[in-house]
Write a protein that binds this ligand. Sequence first.
Ligand code: NAP
Length: 358
Amino acid sequence: MVHALLTNAPGGGIDYRDVIIEEEEHDLVLSPLYTGICGTDRGIVNGSLNFAKNPEKSDYLVLGHESVCVVRDSSNSQFKEGDLVVPLVRRPGNCPNCLIGRQDNCSDGNKKEAGVTGKHGFMRSRFNEDSQFVVRIDDPYMEKISVLTEPLKNVVKGFEVIETISKRSVYAGADSSFTNKNCVVIGTGTEAFLYGIMSSEYGFNTALTNRHPLSREKMDLISDFSLNFFDYSTDIAYPFKSEIDLVIDTSGDPATVLKFLRLMNYNGIFLFFGTNGKAPASSINGNDIDHIVERNITIAGSVDAAKVHYIRAVKYLKRWFKSLPVESIITGEYRPEYTEIFKKKPEDEIKSVIKWGE
Ligand code: NAP
């Protein structure tokens, strides 16, 4: 018997209760210490994500794909009780990408995603896990912050996609760096902050943007990370002197995306990351296509990430933890009983987490 946060996908709903889950045997038994809540969890709970799916023969889905866990029991000599690990979200199907550990690039859609599609997630007091699908956290001081490994691994992959695209022409400045290059990240949520920090790490002049002003707390954090912010709904806008070389969208809003696509520099890269199936349509015109073609602009999408990106994400977090206030990205901590947190996003949330156990 475990305590678990359950939904019934894709219809939605949320319940915290005791349940008996029949599981496969694996070499690790894990318990979550912290699990993160993101827009996907809220979308599943409010029934707006059609792709969410219960595991086969189950009439519920355990939520949760962002977590840091403690090893409770191990039959693998590489892990012992008390070790900290982050489990991977996606599990491979049988396509060629899945077979080489790149289920993030699954080519037939037959992968599973813990807490999202066809596999129970991590919001339960105990579960069995296969050690090939975990990455280790070797610093106990990083216990809480490691819950950001999962959202950060998306950013590590996103930048790998950007690097791959950037090889098609000279993309860096004449001094070989990105210090005169501009990046705009659309949105001011968890992924936007993490993309912003990474962009700044690469050397881009980086600004986050949204359609409204931000609270003093968020503005202070933006400044702590040496980022800029502009509210694109006002005239007091764009902070840089030249056009945008890199746009990363975390909003999934078509009208906003088009607005920034029209501001892109030659050889610009536009990375689609955010998704919002409910956003209203917006139309692209002939001038937009001319702009994209004549300026060699590349538009790409990026989803999820592989184990290699989780491992790099842990390294970035470890370094940032020493030099930046990354723990401030976690703006709220709740108990699993407080299921309201799945229904309403707190004002000024960046990342809300659930604390499990004592
Ligand atoms: P989040 O915290 O909800 O962030 C979304 C951000 O977009 C919020 O700051 C929101 O601002 C902003 N936004 C919404 N509409 C906007 C608009 N028209 N103009 C400017 N900003 C706008 O979510 P998250 O966890 O950071 O994730 C970001 C997105 O990525 C979500 O859509 C999520 O589903 C998606 N995602 C994708 C992947 C992937 O692998 N591709 C992985 C994880 C998540 P307000 O709060 O002010 O509305």
